[in-house]
Design a protein around this ligand. Sequence first.
Ligand SMILES: [Zn+2]
Length: 295
Amino acid sequence: MGRWRSVLALLLLAAATAACAVPGTGRPPADAATLAVFDVGQALAVGLVTPDGHALLYDAGNSREDAEAVILPFFRAHGIARLDYLVLSHPDQDHVGGMPAILEAIDVGTFVDPVLPSTNRAYLETLRLVRARRIAAVRAERGRTLALGAAVRATVLWPERPFLTEPDGTISDNDNSVVLRIEHGAVRILVPGDLEARGEVALVAREDGALRAAILVVGHHGSRTSSSEAFLEAVRPAVAIVSAGRNNPYGHPHPETLQRFRTFGAQVYRTDVDGTILVRSDGTSWVLVTGQGRS
Ligand SMILES: [Zn+2]
């Protein structure tokens, strides 16, 4: 397993699991589920491969290059020829930009989408390809579960209808992002797209305890307007993984947000610093691997 170059941490769910922890050798556990938070710059793409060979991609980065140079090689390396699900959090360029290239390159079982109004060209091309390839398309809405084999369960926690609106009445893209909860045994991962504080508060009011997750793929690239105290109180992550571009013009992740993670005791990893970040779970504990660069 020489490709696992730099194991930074072996993290345990709780002290109670310490006795059966995977030894900290850097060797990923056999029969693991793998989560990848890809280094796609100022954008988001999250991959998942289950122990029994099911696969999901949540968002696809900003561009064709993100899909071809970063995302697809990961699935190929894991022997994945078909994605069970392609999930779009919301139709902004930094999430949908690479999707047409994904659809052209790999079979997809089901496309999952909140169906937000958008004129983004990559989104319209994505919809065209989904139709042309007769891919099943389902609406992402709270309560929908995504079947991913025997070991892993994914549940859509957000959005719900009616969509949240801005003060001027327009539908908010970010606050209606798909929030996905992934469960592998006792290991929980929460992926909230670009959800911001208003969406977080609405979600916490409905789900509360169901949001608890050891691993949080941080909302909206670590912006100041996401990862509110109320949300972090509900999630209580041990690890917070930020997808942001090197020297991005938005200042993501924001120092105040990083401080909030420190306050809640979450260890922060960032794609702009750590490259593609992998989490390998055996259903009880997990290993986090950084430094997976572009191939
Ligand atoms: Zn974004």
